[in-house]
Design a protein around this ligand. Structure first.
Ligand code: FES
Length: 102
């Protein structure tokens, strides 16, 4: 299990224990993180799992796939550290990672 810290749109902080090997979207949904709708259920089609990743962790994440890049490019609220949570697999290297949900 890996500790992930979500900052919600209302400013609340929620610390969860995410299972390694599942994607960050599922970890959020399983822990009732509000703001992650995941309409396409991880299919990289909806962008309703858009999050911003703490910069020091963002730099270490695996690269975005072309599909993720294309979808992110369409998001008006995209930031330099934006990712789609369904495209990120939780690993122990993410312990303490802060994830901002808009
Ligand atoms: S859940 Fe739809 S793109 Fe991530």
């Amino acid at each position: 299990m890996t500790q992930i810290i979500f900052k919600l749109a209302n400013g609340d902080i929620k610390v969860v224990q995410a299972q390694n090997g599942v994607n960050l979207m599922l970890a959020a949904v399983e822990n009732n993180i509000s703001g992650i709708k995941a309409i396409c259920n991880g299919g990289c089609n909806c962008a309703t799992c858009h999050v911003m990743i703490e910069p020091k962790f963002f730099e270490k994440l695996p690269s975005k796939s072309p599909d993720e890049q294309q979808l992110l490019a369409k998001i008006r609220t995209k930031q330099p550290t934006s990712r789609l949570a369904c495209q990120i697999m939780v690993t122990s290297q993410m312990t303490g990672m802060k994830v901002i949900v808009k």
